[in-house]
Ligand binder design. Sequence first.
Ligand SMILES: *[C@@H]1O[C@H](CO)[C@@H](O)[C@H](O)[C@H]1NC(C)=O
Ligand SMILES: *[C@@H]1O[C@H](CO)[C@@H](O)[C@H](O)[C@H]1NC(C)=O
Ligand SMILES: CC(=O)N[C@H]1CO[C@H](CO)[C@@H](O)[C@@H]1O
Length: 551
Amino acid sequence: MSVSILLLTCILATCIALVLYGKTLLGKIYLHCSSPPKDLLTILSTNKVIELGIKNGPIRKELILSSANPSVFSTYENPNQIIIPSNVMVSKDYGKRKLFGFFHPYCNAGGGGEKVLWKAVESTLADDAKNVVVLYTGDRDSSPNEILASVIKSFDYKLDEKRIVFIYLKYRYLVDSKTWPHFTLLGQAIGSMLLTLEAILQCPCDIWCDTMGYPFGYPIASILLKVPIVTYTHYPVISTDMFNKLSVSIKSPLDIKTRLKYCYWKLFMFWYQNVGSYVTIATTNSTWTSNHISQIWTNIKNHILYPPCSTEKLIIQNKTWDRKNQAVVIAQFRPEKRHQLIIKSYGKIYHRLLVEDESKLKNYPILILIGSTRSQADRDYVKSLQDLAYHELKVPQNRIIFHTDCSYTEMKRYLQESSYGINAMWNEHFGIAVVEYVASGLIPLVHASAGPLLDIVVPWDKSNHCQANITSDETRTGYFFKSIEDPDYYDSQKEKSKTDYPSLDEILLNTCELDNKSKYEISERGKECALEKFSDEKFNINWKKYVLDAL
Ligand SMILES: *[C@@H]1O[C@H](CO)[C@@H](O)[C@H](O)[C@H]1NC(C)=O
Ligand SMILES: *[C@@H]1O[C@H](CO)[C@@H](O)[C@H](O)[C@H]1NC(C)=O
Ligand SMILES: CC(=O)N[C@H]1CO[C@H](CO)[C@@H](O)[C@@H]1O
């Protein structure tokens, strides 16, 4: 244990010293070691297999730039050699090509972050036939063809496969949090520096694009390669919120442990701020992330590039309001999605209408809870929700319906024929489900925080096709609520007036009074907004505008 800490400290000290004092020196040494051998042509014409250690990288780059089919230089088979195929043809763009290096060690994970990566790759390749993409990945169990097939299957993007080169990284475990049970932040930071170095040695590029969030490698890429650094940040590595929470928890002056942690984080934050000075173009995935990043990297303005949500595939046109009176909740069955809050609010209004005004009960939507259950714990949670709804609150079974693990087609049908979409999570950073509600024409009833409040359910000016400044009956795209159960409820009440946002049961009651025309107008505005802000096409346009054209 103590040896590993010692080792870690040494590595760290060396790195910091090098970053601070050795920039030029390092750059020069790398340049010297990595310049292609003088007799390159002879080597190429006599050798079918090249193995030159550190010089492999620059030669590989040269071959990629000149070949009509760069993808044959992927390193899947044997990373230490370059095998030159017999029928290699020279590209007509030789000398004009640009190599975009995308650093995404988990490129085959198939999640939202990967959707961003592959859309960016697609846009980059489509923008100019001279662009070539080098993908640095650690997925050594999947061949390039397997990875590309799964990309096409999950995201349906069109990629020019010939211009994608995969560089496989051996040391991905260095950025895995499991490798660093203690001092995880620091460990991963150092790990990512080494992994960046591995990537560069295997194949230097002309533009370094990090779409996964490994900022501590930027100085290395910038100093050694002297190339522009493009970042897409999903989430800050360390955020100012963490400090606020920690300083609240320091209770006594003798609380040494917390204080030490505070210092460790402070130093770490200082380092994080420093690497920001190497960034050429900074982009972020949401307003929340943008606000945090601009507090940390004050030297550079960041642009918000919402992730591609394929909203164009969900939009359906309809001339009138012709939907079933039902409200859907699409969310994984996990406590932080707060299904209980939704069921309790629903039950409260149900009983109120039953007693007061049974005629209104017809207008009260049916509640449908849809979501995946991945484990036994999830299934137990569903069971507890059913008990709550049917036994404790005594809502009839045809009023609250549970639909677990339904197929994508079924889910799409619910989205197309229902009227409302509810999301109760507190501080959801984004909320892809809410985007899907809005794009499909549902009226969102959402918690007033983070993504849904700042990015998705924003007022929309339909005559000018742009976001409006205030919510009025002409610009409304949905309804917000807060709950007394919110972790920050009392703080937010202190700051603002009491009439801030209504509760979920109040807005559920309001839905009974909406006429078809208003519902239709809200829904149309929302659809246009979702299409304008979150479509794949929009991502394309912004990637070109803020990244490709700005380089
Ligand atoms: C941004 O990334 C974070 C971390 O992956 C995620 O929680 C959030 O939902 C993302 N925001 C958007 C707009 O996709
Ligand atoms: C409103 O739309 C629903 C279908 O969504 C329809 O059943 C109902 O008759 C409509 N109400 C009026 C007043 O047009
Ligand atoms: C024109 C059009 O697409 N109309 C649709 C309106 O919504 C109903 C119910 O969802 C569909 O059946 C119609 O085709």
